[in-house]
Design a protein around this ligand. Structure first.
Ligand code: LLP
Length: 425
């Protein structure tokens, strides 16, 4: 299957560790990450950018586990954060403030102040009200906020509509026309240091033309602003490079890098990248156990112990995740179309519909592939299901990098109002 995971004697391993043994130890469901696969993806990404003056800021929204964020920091990446929570997680994982960029359309005053205090490298600003508020907050602290304006180049990323961000109707970014004015405004704001230009048109891009269009328009705009005397230092090209979940066209990293080189040639800018999914998606699995096999109305439902609250991508984006039994099926095994579903009380709680799978029975273990990005990070307690553990493997070693949330902790998050009588029994 994916890099970092392989069958040995018919049993799926994460690097050197048999996965059924991990399941015995932590129970199911759980997320499982290959540290080496993450590192390999990071090395591929940075190698493709060789020769460019480029910095990589791992978009930690994809997977914000401390072990993951720290690993990327170890390997040399900074962090792209979108909230005070992510900023705190990055700092806690040891990412220095000056290797952090802060994106997002709705930063609050409190978040701005916290980020200024942390000395972050760059705020990616998406509107005039945000710019004005950031200026005020910085002035009140006697600081200057380093700013890049995020533009919306009006390019359709040709990805799922919920994760496209560079079209006119999307809430993200500033129109180029408007950005011209904002750069002028920003330069006279005493609390703002204009340093960069940023773009990000969406996620899970598998075709390279939208990148080319967006980078070309943004680089042209960078040149224009430079010529107009805006003291730009940095061009942030965002994230968005996809991974082959299915027989999606596998996105071509080399092509991506060539497009970057062609469109930014001669700019003299430092380049910034914010990859999330590319670095972690294929380095992770969600391991789940079959609870029941239910045959009804001519359909076969494989009911597993993982659910939409653990991995919401299939129902939210109609996303495809390969599903493989941890014990390799016989080569002659007959495949039957199955609906792989969880126990949550919604028809939207499914991992796959009419997926051809070999014979399965209660107790069998399954892996949902390519679940390292936007899996655990988007999990919730819906149906009062505790958050599942996360395990990281490196070579023959494994580490539980987040234990299973226990019921008491989950329940103790709530408080009773004073008007309810205490329970006496
Ligand atoms: N930079 C910015 C400004 C972003 O908004 C994003 C993702 C990234 C970087 C990282 O993009 P990546 O390299 O991971 O494509 N939950 C969705 C994906 C949402 C992406 C949001 N922004 C999913 O599961 O497909």
């Amino acid at each position: 299957p994916q890099e970092g995971f392989s069958f040995r004697e018919g049993l799926l391993h994460a690097e050197g560790v048999p996965i059924d043994r991990i399941a015995e130890q932590v129970g199911t469901p759980f997320y499982l990450y290959s540290s080496s696969a993450m590192e390999a993806a990071y090395q591929r990404f940075t190698a493709a950018l060789t020769g460019l003056n480029a910095k990589v800021f791992y978009a930690m929204k994809a997977n914000s586990n401390q072990a993951v964020v720290r690993s990327f920091a170890e390997w040399g990446a900074g962090s792209d954060v979108v909230s005070e929570g992510e900023l705190r997680r990055a700092l806690a994982a040891g990412v220095p403030g000056n290797r952090i960029v802060f994106a997002g359309v709705g930063k609050t005053q409190r978040e701005m102040a916290f980020a200024l205090e942390a000395g972050i490298l760059q705020f990616n600003v998406e509107s005039l009200p945000e710019l004005e508020q950031l200026n005020q907050v910085a002035l009140s602290m006697g600081r200057k906020a380093p700013v890049a304006l995020r533009v919306n180049p009006n390019v359709d990323a040709q990805t799922h509509t919920k994760i496209a961000t560079g079209r006119k109707a999307d809430k993200f970014g500033i129109d180029l026309d408007h950005a011209r004015t904002l750069y002028r405004d920003a330069q006279v704001m005493k609390g703002i240091a204009v340093e960069g230009l940023a773009v990000h048109i969406g996620s899970q891009l598998t075709r390279m033309e939208p990148f080319r269009d967006a980078f070309q328009r943004t680089a042209d705009f960078y040149r224009e602003m430079q010529a107009a005397g805006v003291p730009l230092l940095r061009l942030d090209l965002g994230g968005g490079l996809g991974v082959p979940y299915h027989h999606d066209q596998a996105p071509d990293l080399q092509r991506y890098a060539e497009i970057v080189k062609e469109t930014t040639a001669g700019l003299g800018a430092e380049l910034a990248f914010e990859p999330g999914r590319y670095l972690v998606a294929s380095a992770g699995l969600l391991v789940t156990r079959v609870v029941f096999v239910k045959e009804e109305r001519g359909r076969r439902f494989i009911i597993v112990d993982g659910a939409m609250n653990d991995l919401i991508r299939p129902t939210l984006y109609e996303a495809w995740h390969n599903i493989i039994p941890l014990r390799q099926a016989d080569s002659g095994a007959e495949l039957t179309p199955c609906d792989v579903v969880g126990p949550v009380c919604e028809s939207g709680d499914f991992f796959a519909k009419e997926r051809d799978l070999p014979p399965l029975k209660s107790g069998d273990l399954l892996a949902l592939c390519d679940a390292g990005a936007y899996g655990s990070a988007m999990a919730s307690n819906y149906n009062s299901r505790p958050l599942v553990p996360e395990v990281m493997v490196r070579g023959d070693e494994m580490a539980v990098v987040r234990p299973r949330q226990d019921y008491a902790t989950m329940i103790a998050q709530d408080r009773l109002p004073g008007w309810l009588p205490a329970l006496h029994n």
